[in-house]
Structures are given as structure tokens and as C-alpha cells.
Design a protein around this ligand. Sequence first.
Ligand code: ATP
Ligand code: MG
Length: 446
Amino acid sequence: MSESLKDNNTKTVKAQKLVGVKGMNDILPPDSARWEWLEAQVRGLMARYAYRNVRLPIVEPTALFVRGLGEVTDIVEKEMYSFEDRLNGEQLTLRPEGTAGLVRSVVEHNLLYEGGKRLYYMGPMFRHERPQRGRYRQFHQVGAEVLGFGGAEVDAELILLANDLWKVLGLKDVRLELNSLGQPAERQAHRAALIAHLEQHSDVLDEEAKRRLHSNPLRILDTKNPAMQSVVEAAPRLLDFLGEASLAHFNAVKAILDANGVAYSINPRLVRGMDYYNLTVFEFITTRLGSQGTICGGGRYDYLIEQVGGKPAPAVGWALGVERVLELIKEQGEALPDLAPDVYAIIPETAALPVAMQVLQTLRACGVSAQMHAGAGGAGGEGMGSMKSQFKKADASGARFALVFGADELAQGQVSVKSLRDGEGVQRSESLSRVAEWAHSLQSSL
Ligand code: ATP
Ligand code: MG
């Protein structure tokens, strides 16, 4: 400590460069433009479906996830960022998903008192996983959840909503897989048959499967281990254990999807990672992102609200992985949104700055995007740089027009407007006192 202090004081040693946490990414321009565009599309579509936005804490009590997600799940067993609050000893966790926190909030604020709710959220989630393409430690989800309604029509509505989002975002090659997990009693009957089947093939089960055989055998069906695929494929199907009511619910969802031309395939082994699901479960999958191909998953969770201490109420929802969706858009070769300003202001002398900045303010108030040339500053009075270098910067910015605040024009109450893209060099003069009148001619036609 004292050693490094001394180093600092004598200014002989450069401070060590700090880097971000592994698996947690900076989202920078120009990529951030694609994020903003996606978020705007989400907001627009959610409004058209009358879903309302919620913004929830990133930190929740650890017990919420242990109780809500289930103890024998990938997330709770090995992926949570949990810590103890130094000041009061509370056990806290960075949220690994959004549903549990949303349900906690709905119960805490008694939101279902006046009827069901359609809600959505977007934001960062945290899971301690091995970072790779499409899998990060801080990643982002958009989630849509409908609480307080038990009918198949809201399951279908949520699927239609997600499907519309893929259309709005221009995603290709996304397919929908559907399954029903039935009700707890049906799962109990299936579970016994499943354990018996898996025990008969215990020689091919891996360590994780053996561990889960009696605690969470359904999750074994979700294994990615190739050696276990044939055993898992031959396992008794939960769908065959469903009673009349569960089948009717499933068929009603399918009928609405059929009527709306949404294609799907039934995957009897689709189980999803969290314990809280029942009846409908679904995933949207693409083949273009390798093994991280699931871009969105969800289903019904009629027992979660009660599990976290609320008055029993049905619910259903989904969450999509923003990074995976954006990666798919990139994979499809879509161009980034255009970030170029309408105007780049060229300022030959610093004396022109007050007037120039006043003009730019008026332009911005009129909706024109304007980037001002900035000089090196500093005590030496380096000024704004040569005209040549300023024009270079203007070209690099992609602006359609350069405004040149030259001393001669300013003296006549004018500024010259130069086209940078088409008809290179076309130039005209505009009045400094009537900026609002010509401002709109600079705006891109987007
Ligand atoms: P996977 O099987 O790929 O681990 P999951 O079942 O754990 O996914 P969910 O909990 O259902 O995923 O989360 C919904 C969506 O969030 C996923 O379909 C995926 O698009 C995204 N997602 C989940 N974990 C990550 C992660 N670590 N990094 C990036 N995206 C993720
Ligand atoms: Mg996972």
C-alpha cells in the first residue's frame, strides 16, 4: 500500500489498467444503436398489446429465488451471484431471471386486487455460467407476464406477441416448440414411471442425472449429454399422462395458434429450467446460433404466486435473451441503424463559437441532429484546427451537410451550408436570423 502510494506521488509508475468482469460486456456505439432500436420495437409492440412496463430491483432476497425457482435447478444450484449484505447480514442475490421478482412485487403491492395484469420488463440478469457466444454472466432479457388469468387464450396471446416481435425485428428461421407439463398430480404419476425407466438404464446416466433422479427427474429430459439421448427419447411421455382438463387447455392454445397461422411443433421432452411451470411450456429456437439457439422460453406458472406467499392466482409468461436475438439479427447481415448526424458544424475561428453554438441550439430545437466540431482546447490556445482537418471530421461523421461558420459570412449575418454526400460541394448561404425557417431542409427524410 505505502509502496504504491509512493509510486503515485513520484509519478514514475503507470497505474495498472483495470478491466471489466469476465462475461459482463460493455455495449458501445455503434452496437448500442441496435439495442436502442430493439428496445423501441419492444415498447411499441407491448403498447399495441396493452402490456404495461415494470422496473424492478436488480437485487432481491436470495430466498425468493431458492423458493421460487426450486432448489434443484441449474440456476439455484450453481449460477447465482449471492452475497451477504455487509451491514445487516441479509442474504441477497443479483437477479438471475425476472419472473420471481415480478411475482414478489405483484404480491407485495397487491396488484391483482382489481383484476389481472399484463406486464413487461427489460433489463440485465446475472448467472455465473461459462461465457461463450450467446451465453454471458451479465445478459439481458425482455419478459412479458400475464397474471391473474387462467385461460388458454392468454397463453396463446403471449405466443402471438412473441411471434409478432420476431416479425417486427425481421428475424428469420425461428421455430416454435410447444409442450404441456400438465398439473402436479399428473406429473406425480408420470414421475414414478419416469424414475422406473431411468433406473433401468442407470448405467448410461451421468453424475448430474443420478443426482437428480429422485429430486428432479423431469429435468433429466432436458439433458444436453449426447450419451443419454436414446434413453431420454424412449422415456415415458408426460403428454400421455395428462387428464382431460389439461388436454383441453393444450388443445385450446393450439387451436388459437392454428387459426392465426403460427407454426409449431410438439416437443414432448420440452421441460424448461425452472420448477415453477405447469400446463403450457414453449421455446422459440433458431438453428443459426449453434448450441445457444433458444432465444425465448416461457410457460404457465399457476403455483408460483402462492409459493412466494401470495393469494393463489394463475400466471403465464416468457423471457427472451436480448444478446441472442441481436446476434441472430447480425448473423442475418442486417445493417446497423444509421447514426450519422444531419449536420456537422465547421468553425474556422474560436471567435465564431458563441454564434455557432446558438445556431446549433436552434437547429436541435427544430429536430435537426447537429454535431459541433470540438477543438483540442488546453492552455496553448490551439484553436479549432485547420479547415481541412475539420472537413475530414465532417466526412467521417457521415453528416449530410456541413455548416461553415466563416468570418466573412458571419459578418453578413449568414452561414454557408455545404452538401457532403450528394452533389458534393453544392453550397448555399442561409440567414442567421431565420434559422428556424431553413432548419427543416437539413433533416434527413427518415
Ligand atoms: P439455456 O438452456 O440456454 O441455458 P435457460 O433455459 O437457462 O437457457 P431461461 O432461463 O429460460 O434460459 O431464459 C430465457 C432466455 O434468456 C433464454 O432462452 C436465452 O435466450 C436467454 N439466456 C439465458 N441464459 C443466458 C445467458 N447466460 N446469456 C445470454 N442469454 C441467456
Ligand atoms: Mg441456463
